[in-house]
Design a protein. Structure first.
Length: 270
C-alpha cells in the first residue's frame, strides 16, 4: 500500500532491513537533527502529543531540491487542488469536489466506499445548512462528485479576531446542536465570504452524525489547536471569544469545553 501511495505521488519508497524496524527512536532523532540544523525548533511546553497530526502537515524546510508542491497534482493549475481524499476543481463560481480512487483498494470496494462517502458528505452538508450553518450551496451530486458553490473570501486563518472567533463559535454550536461533528474543524475550513463577511464552513469529508460529548470535545480541541499554532500570542483570548459564541447556540457548551480541556490534558501526558 505504501509503495503504491508513493508511486502515485512521484516519491521513492524504501524499506529498511528488519533489524532496524524495532524502534523509531533513531529515525526521530535524526529528523530532529536535520530540523535543528535548518533552524527549526519547538518549545518544550508546545511539544505535547497530537494524535490527530497528519504527516502531510509537516513543513519540510531542510530539503532544497525541486519537488512537486505537497497536495497538488503534477501539472496542476491555479484552479485545482488535491487533498488526501479528493480533487477540488474551481470553474467560475462552481467548485467540484471529486473523490479520487485508491489503487491499493479492491476496485469494487473502492467504488462502493467513494459512493457511500460522497453521499454521506452531501447529506451532512444539507443537514448543517438546514440547521442554520452557512455552507456552500450544492447544485449536483454524482457517485464520486459534489458540485457546489465556490465560496470566494478569506480563510479564517488569515483574518482571525475576537469577532470572527465568536462567530465561528456560534456556527459550531449550531452544528453540534444538529448532532453533527465536523471532524476537521480548523481555521482553514472556515471562510469569511467576500460578499457579506459571513463565516462559511467547508469540507465535510470527515463529518459524522453523533451526539457524543467526546466527539464534540474533539471537534473543538482540533479548532483550539489551530489557534495555538496560528495565533499563539492571542490564543487564549480567541478561545474565550469562541466559547462565548458557542454557548449562545449550544446549551451543553460548558460540558463540551470541560471535555475539551480533559482531551488536551490526555495529549500532554501520554
Amino acid at each position: 500500500m505504501l509503495r503504491i501511495m508513493c508511486e502515485d505521488r512521484g516519491a521513492r519508497f524504501f524499506v529498511p532491513e528488519q533489524k532496524y524496524l524495532g524502534d523509531n527512536g533513531a529515525m526521530i532523532a535524526y529528523t530532529g537533527k536535520l530540523m535543528l540544523e535548518s533552524g527549526i525548533s519547538l518549545p518544550v511546553d508546545s511539544s505535547q502529543i497530537n494524535p490527530s497530526f497528519r504527516s502531510d502537515e509537516v513543513e519540510v524546510t531542510w530539503k532544497h531540491e525541486a519537488t512537486p508542491q505537497a497536495g497538488l497534482p503534477v501539472g496542476h493549475d491555479a484552479t485545482q487542488k488535491r487533498g488526501a481524499e479528493a480533487v477540488i476543481t474551481v470553474t467560475g463560481t462552481t467548485a467540484e469536489k471529486r473523490r479520487v480512487s485508491k489503487r491499493y483498494r479492491v476496485p469494487a470496494l473502492d467504488r462502493q466506499l467513494i459512493a457511500e462517502r460522497t453521499r454521506a458528505e452531501a447529506r451532512l452538508i444539507a443537514a448543517a445548512r438546514k440547521a442554520g450553518v452557512p455552507t456552500p450551496v450544492m447544485s449536483d451530486i454524482t457517485a464520486d462528485t459534489i458540485c457546489m458553490e465556490f465560496v470566494e473570501g478569506t480563510l479564517l486563518t488569515d483574518n482571525i479576531s475576537g469577532t470572527t472567533a465568536q462567530e465561528a463559535g456560534r456556527m459550531v454550536g449550531k452544528l453540534h446542536n444538529a448532532g453533527i461533528m465536523h471532524g476537521d474543524l480548523t481555521t482553514s475550513n472556515l471562510i469569511l465570504r467576500k460578499s457579506d463577511g459571513r463565516c462559511v464552513l467547508i469540507d465535510f469529508g470527515l463529518a459524522q452524525v453523533t451526539t457524543e460529548i467526546e466527539q464534540r470535545g474533539v471537534d473543538i480541541h482540533v479548532f483550539f489547536q489551530t489557534l495555538d499554532s496560528t495565533a499563539p500570542d492571542r490564543a487564549e483570548s480567541l478561545k474565550a471569544a469562541f466559547f462565548d459564541g458557542y454557548k449562545e447556540t449550544f446549551k451543553g457548551a460548558a460540558d463540551v469545553i470541560h471535555r475539551e480541556h480533559e482531551i488536551g490534558q490526555r495529549g500532554r501526558y501520554l
